[in-house]
Write a protein that binds this ligand. Structure first.
Ligand code: CA
Length: 235
């Protein structure tokens, strides 16, 4: 069972989050005050910390900074202010993710699961359990298959599951045209009722992520047919 520390001074919100998390089988502890929250974060053994930004006695940024000096416990910042500055400074201070209030509980649960999944994967790979990690190369793309991360020109790019599947399908069929229908089959399943223009949308997402500005896309559109990735596209 994962343990979550909730540091939040709005009692109603704290209670609501606590109940929802307990319902999802998380163990929870709530602190309403920044200083007590920090004590718990430093001395307790939590899997994730949900951290409010504006707190009495000690603010969330300071808590994140101090926790990070000694611990790697993932921190999800909950902030009412949706400004870029806050996001950036939250992440600078060591938060792993942030969520903007008011949020849907489903969104919070999804973030929690994502953070925990990442941590578990890291733990496993440190213990050498994940041997399924494979590195796939395509021109100057390096793809880590276990965590769906692509590296290009020193940049790490996180792909969603569909984007990743799309990329891998194209690479597996490199130098051949893959039709939109084939991609639909491969990625959404033959039963799906999805229109082929969804494929175009995902190709666009993927291009935005892996392409380099002012250089031709690695994913060529073959008019009227589909898409192709060619190995001789290196400049
Ligand atoms: Ca607050």
């Amino acid at each position: 069972m994962s343990k979550v520390l909730i540091i939040e001074d709005e009692k109603n919100l704290a209670r609501f989050v606590e109940l929802e998390l307990q319902h999802e089988n998380y163990e929870t502890l709530v602190e309403y005050n920044g200083r007590k929250g920090l004590d718990q974060a430093l001395n307790g053994d939590f899997d994730v910390i949900l951290l409010d930004l504006m707190l009495p006695e000690l603010n969330g940024l300071e808590i994140a900074r101090r926790v990070r000096q000694v611990k790697t416990t993932p921190i999800i910042m909950m902030t009412a202010r949706d400004s870029v500055i806050d996001r950036v400074s939250g992440l600078d201070h060591g938060a792993d993710d942030y969520i903007v209030k008011p949020f849907a509980i489903e969104e919070l649960l999804a973030r929690l699961r994502a953070v925990l999944r990442r941590v578990n994967l890291e733990k496993k790979s440190q213990n050498g359990i994940v041997s399924k990690q494979k590195i796939v190369k395509f021109n100057d793309l390096t793809i880590e298959t276990a965590n769906r991360i692509v590296h290009r020109e020193g940049k790490s790019i996180d792909l969603t599951k569909r984007e990743y599947n799309l990329l891998m399908t194209l690479i597996e069929n490199k130098n051949n045209v893959v039709s939109r229908e084939q991609l639909l089959d491969q990625i959404w399943g033959p039963e799906s009722k999805i229109e082929t223009n969804v494929v175009e949308v995902y190709v666009r997402y993927l291009r935005n992520k892996i392409d380099v500005p002012d250089r031709p896309s690695y994913i060529k559109t073959v008019r009227g047919t589909g898409y192709m990735m060619r190995t001789d596209d290196v400049e």
